[in-house]
Design a protein. Structure first.
Length: 320
């Protein structure tokens, strides 16, 4: 029996109406098979086939879910192109994108490389570097978008699947030929994060950068042009068994290669004092053995990042 829809009821919206980012995505499954997902099909698409082209064609009918058109195909020899095609009321359509899909064995190491304009990229996976034999995809992107303070020095290179875990660290190398300006290697993790600190076993020089990583995703080289940001300086009391619980602290942030703790410090009444850098909380602290003398004191905060950019702020605090 038919009845009018009650308030709040209605037909579910069609998945195909959802606007999706255009492109291909791949995820290894068992054996020589991969799951290929395509988003960006024209409105009203039907009879959609998705897959890979190489020495032979591996296209299969795709099903539509919330993230796009998806199917599972056997990777053909010499796979070099993502393919999606289908029909609309206006006629047939097809989308193709070059791809480098590389088999990686658990028993052997592998080197994945790519180039774009004057940028070259290599990912070196060691022996037993993955949990099981799999496929990795290397994609070359245009110049990366960057926040203020970071100047792109190379093209961006993406290695996927982005969420694939590594059993052993891999080595990443990125080179920009013809460049004499120093750059640091960055990895995309919801935002560009520097891999250029010595604690990450990385090295940087004019036109090239390298780092050891435990994850994939997007990599690019940037030059850090922004100095650290220093927050307000405050006096606090901390939980400690030391004679003095009084301390002075402030927040310090840097979007570039990170803070240099050996050069970041407080100066009290014109004299540099021992300062503690807490990288987990991004705070700089001065905790003297004894409470400073009563009265007004001058305070300068000096923050220097690993690229040598320096910020100074000055102020005063009162001890009663």
């Amino acid at each position: 029996m038919l009845r009018p829809a009650r308030s709040g009821e209605g037909f579910p919206s069609r998945v195909s109406r959802r606007r999706l980012a255009h492109g291909f995505d791949v995820m290894p499954v068992d054996g020589p098979f991969v799951r290929v997902r395509y988003s960006g099909a024209p409105a009203g698409a039907r009879e959609v086939m998705v897959g890979l082209d190489g020495q032979s064609s591996a296209l299969r009918p795709a099903s539509l879910d919330a993230n796009g058109w998806t199917t599972v195909v056997r990777v053909p020899l010499g796979a070099s192109t993502f393919v999606a095609k289908g029909r609309t009321a206006a006629g047939p359509w097809e989308d193709r994108k070059p791809v480098r899909i590389v088999p990686v064995s658990w028993q052997k190491g592998a080197v994945l490389s790519a180039a774009c304009d004057s940028s070259s990229f290599a990912l070196i996976v060691p022996e037993h570097g993955v949990f099981a034999s799999t496929y990795l995809v290397v994609d070359t992107l245009a110049r990366p978008n960057a926040p203020a303070g970071l100047d792109p020095r190379s093209a961006a290179f993406e290695v996927g699947p982005a969420l694939l875990p590594l059993l052993k660290p891999a080595h990443v190398e990125l080179r920009q030929s013809g460049s004499k300006r120093k750059g640091e290697l960055y990895r995309w993790r919801g935002g560009w994060v520097s891999l250029g600190s010595p604690s990450d076993d990385s090295e940087a020089g004019g036109g090239e950068a390298a780092a050891t990583v435990r994850g994939l995703r997007r990599f690019a080289m940037f030059e850090d042009e922004g100095a650290p940001h220093i927050g307000p300086t405050r006096t606090i009391r901390i939980q400690t068994q030391a004679p003095n619980r009084w301390a002075l602290h402030c927040s310090v942030t840097d979007r570039g290669p990170g803070i240099d703790p050996s050069r970041t410090h407080f100066e009290i009444d014109g004299r540099r004092v021992p300062s503690e850098w807490d990288p987990e909380h991004g705070t700089l602290r001065w905790r003297p053995l004894h409470l400073p003398a009563a009265g007004t004191h001058a305070c300068v905060v000096v923050a220097v990042d690993r690229a040598g950019h320096e910020t100074r702020t000055s102020g005063r605090f009162v001890v009663r």
